[in-house]
Design a protein around this ligand. Structure first.
Ligand SMILES: Nc1ncnc2c1ncn2[C@@H]1O[C@H](COP(=O)(O)OP(=O)(O)O)[C@@H](O)[C@H]1O
Ligand SMILES: [Mg+2]
Length: 280
């Protein structure tokens, strides 16, 4: 299994059992930021049903071709589906596909980005065990927070941990047993409203209480901005705006700064993020 051998690359996994929290959008922005800094990247899309990240990257290639643009595009891999009739054997075969992919991609890449589906699947669990960094985007909502822990409705004290936290705990145990370094779990708030609200403060307060208890880093993420939704059909990110001739607004500049902060918060080794960018 890949997580038993020495790993060369950083494996950044975007995971959250809940759909629609911004995993694929954030993954795309991280991938393109890393490419722009010259890192060698491979992408594995584990969301075989929605394939948002794959579709995003396909849109990028088509747009670049159509408009004769030299946009950097990573290699994207979709896992084959096992044809085995038995569920347990199918899961085992697909787990082997994933570990073999990572084993093969590891020596020739600086970073492997894995985008997970918004549900609990054996492959997503395996991805958590393979990860060096797990990024979990969370919207500013107690509904989203409920996948991490339950909260007292009157005091907002943190009660029982929820299933997703248990899943990550299990992955950490597996890594420790395999002698791997600890998983860096980052909970990132996504779609943060720009106006102050009681809800926003309360979610912030609960996450601050929780981070010591279940060992995650809590980082500010991306604000709620329409640009994140608009860029998908062209396969573009905030990183590409200048290259494609967009005049930056104040909102674009603020958004690019948020993305830069997020990249810094990933705490990737200097050698990964400070390389000479390669052409497409
Ligand atoms: N920061 C953001 N601001 C505005 N819309 C966003 C932001 N992040 C994601 N979205 C939108 O939220 C929806 C879900 O995002 P997506 O990345 O597909 O989530 P997931 O991969 O977790 O299912 C999409 O419509 C996407 O365009
Ligand atoms: Mg997705």
């Amino acid at each position: 299994m890949a997580y038993l051998c020495d790993q060369h690359s950083q494996v950044i996994v975007f995971g959250n059992e809940k759909g629609g929290t911004g995993k694929s959008t954030t993954a795309m922005h991280v991938v393109i930021s890393l490419l722009a800094s010259g890192a060698r990247i491979a992408v594995i899309d584990l969301d075989r049903r929605q394939q948002t990240l794959t579709r995003y990257l396909e849109n990028r290639s088509s747009y670049a071709r159509k408009h004769n643009l030299a946009l950097r595009c990573p290699e994207v891999h979709t896992l084959p589906v096992s044809g085995h009739p038995n569920i347990a054997e199918r899961e085992q075969e697909e787990a082997a596909f994933l570990t073999n992919f990572v084993d093969r991609l590891d020596p020739v890449n600086d970073v492997i980005v894995i985008d997970c589906p918004g549900s609990d699947t054996p492959l997503a669990r395996l991805a958590y065990a393979l990860a060096t960094t797990l990024v979990t985007p969370l919207n500013d909502s107690f509904v989203d927070l409920d996948i991490i822990a339950q909260v007292d409705p009157d005091t907002y004290d943190v009660g029982k941990l929820s299933l997703y936290s248990e899943t990550i705990w299990e992955s950490r145990k597996q890594r420790a047993l395999a002698g791997k370094r600890g998983l860096d779990w980052i909970i990132m708030r996504n779609r943060i409203g720009t106006t102050e609200s009681k809800n926003k403060r309360r979610v912030d307060g609960v996450l601050k209480k929780l981070r010591g208890r279940i060992a995650f880093r809590y980082v500010p993420g991306l604000s709620e901005r329409v640009i994140y939704r608009e860029l998908f059909p062209r396969g573009l990110t905030l990183v590409d705006l200048i290259e494609v001739g967009t005049k930056l607004s104040m909102s674009h500049i603020a958004a690019r700064q948020e993305l830069r902060n997020l990249m810094r918060n990933l705490r990737l080794p200097e050698k990964v993020i400070n390389q000479t960018p390669r052409a497409c």
